[in-house]
Design a protein around this ligand. Structure first.
Ligand SMILES: Cc1cc2nc3c(=O)[nH]c(=O)nc-3n(C[C@H](O)[C@H](O)[C@H](O)COP(=O)(O)OP(=O)(O)OC[C@H]3O[C@@H](n4cnc5c(N)ncnc54)[C@H](O)[C@@H]3O)c2cc1C
Length: 384
């Protein structure tokens, strides 16, 4: 009998394994992953942003936990761990007159939860970031400790820690479960193999709803395509932070250029990796030139498509078991674009839940499945 079977070895699965085995090195932890190349997984396709600028205390705390590990990365990840290319240039949320009240309220919440954030008036913004258009803005919040990293290196480091601590990686796919009453007793793999387990974690990313369905529950989560564009520009942009606005523009420096995304609010959802080349000229280029006017002349060097596991119910993660209904089956799903920065804390919280029956340091009760049954959404406010 295995102690814990984890379906999916993306950042959530690997972080959960690393945290479980750090807490109890004697555990037997098996990760089942159908594609070790991670060709469709979200983790390697993201922007690598790590920020504390949330409005729910759980999300702020989860990011703070990741920032602590990043500061201590060489010791945490161990000898030979890949370098994270951590760039602590800060996160900047910008708002025009229509959204300034929400930004100000959120700033208060963030300060109360220990975020080292600064309020910047438009004149201060113009001084600090001369390459940025500011005349349409009413203010901004800069979180100075935040930044971005290389998501592939982060996954490799977390995965190698899990491996070093004894996690077993099996190349296969979880196809279903054997249950007895409210307890999931085993994961049944595509190969026909059965892994009996004390606990099962569903960390299958955008494919988690299929597995949840196999265990008898419906998740309001679906894949939504997002693009990340690498852009070259000759403009002198200065030392920019990771900039986000309410219209869905997200931009930060990368190598000699920029990494840019603009949310396509019209995308209907579904497993779609197609690249619409016209999206860049139609939507991205104007949004970028509108905020960083020097980028009028830019070249898109690459576009990659990835899938958010979007929680359509309230845009926040769905985490943990469903007591009295599915006791040993733990969800880690619906990260809606924030899973990389929250993975380590999620792994730690699940470890507490699995080993002690309750959260002991990171209380994620409000993000459980029961809120969906009770129709109590727990959304972020403002820029998400
Ligand atoms: C364009 C883009 C930008 C992003 N930017 C950021 C950002 O800046 N900051 C941030 O924090 N997050 C960001 N994210 C979100 C982040 O990448 C995800 O939330 C995170 O990677 C989710 O990790 P995961 O392990 O749940 O999923 P995945 O990485 O998708 O891993 C799930 C794994 O499960 C496997 N699997 C599927 N089916 C099964 C099965 N039946 N049995 C076993 N295994 C299975 C898959 O093969 C896959 O490897 C971004 C995402 C995208 C797409």
């Amino acid at each position: 009998m295995t102690d814990v079977v984890i379906a999916g070895a993306g950042i959530i699965g690997c972080a959960t394994a690393a945290e479980l085995l750090s807490a109890d090195p004697a555990l037997e932890v098996v990760l089942v992953e159908p594609d070790p190349s991670y060709a469709r997984a979200a983790t390697g396709r993201g922007s690598g942003g790590v920020r504390q600028l949330f409005t729910r205390p759980e999300n702020i705390t989860l990011s703070q936990y990741t920032l602590q590990v990043i500061q201590d990365w060489d010791r945490w990840a161990g000898d030979g761990a890949p370098k994270l290319s951590w760039c602590p240039n800060g996160y900047l949320f910008i708002a025009g007159p229509q959204n300034i009240g929400t930004l100000a309220a959120n700033f208060g919440t963030q300060q109360r939860h220990g975020v080292q954030a600064q309020w910047l008036e438009p004149a201060q913004l113009a001084d600090r970031y001369p390459a940025m258009r500011t005349d349409d803005l009413a203010g901004a919040v800069l979180s100075v400790r935040d930044g971005w990293l290389d998501p592939t290196a982060f996954l490799a480091g977390v995965r190698s820690k899990a491996e070093r601590l004894g996690a077993v990686f099996v190349t296969d796919r979880v196809a279903g479960f054997r249950t007895a009453g409210t307890v999931v007793r085993a994961a049944v793999l595509e190969s026909g193999r059965t892994l009996t387990a004390e606990a099962v974690v569903n960390a299958a990313g955008t494919w988690a709803p299929d597995l949840a369905c196999a265990a008898g529950i419906t998740l309001p989560v679906e894949p939504v395509r997002r693009y990340v564009h690498d852009v070259e520009t000759t403009a002198d942009l200065g030392d920019l932070p990771f900039i986000k606005d309410v219209a869905g523009l997200a931009v930060h420096p990368r190598l000699q250029g920029l990494s840019v995304g603009v949310v396509d609010f019209d995308h209907p959802g579904g497993e779609d990796f197609t690249i619409d080349d016209a999206y860049c000229s139609r939507t991205v280029a104007p949004a970028l030139a509108g905020r960083l006017p020097g980028c009028g002349q830019m070249t898109v060097t690459s576009t990659r498509a990835g899938l958010y596991d979007q929680n359509r119910f309230d845009g926040n993660m769905i985490i943990g078991n469903w007591p009295g209904h599915l006791d040993s089956f733990h969800l880690a799903s619906g990260f809606s674009g924030h899973g990389l920065m929250h993975a380590l804390g999620v792994g730690r919280a699940l470890t507490e839940l699995i080993l002690h029956g309750d959260y002991t340091t990171l209380d994620l009760h409000r993000l459980n499945y029961q809120r969906i049954i009770d129709n109590h959404p727990y959304p972020e406010h403002g820029i998400r």
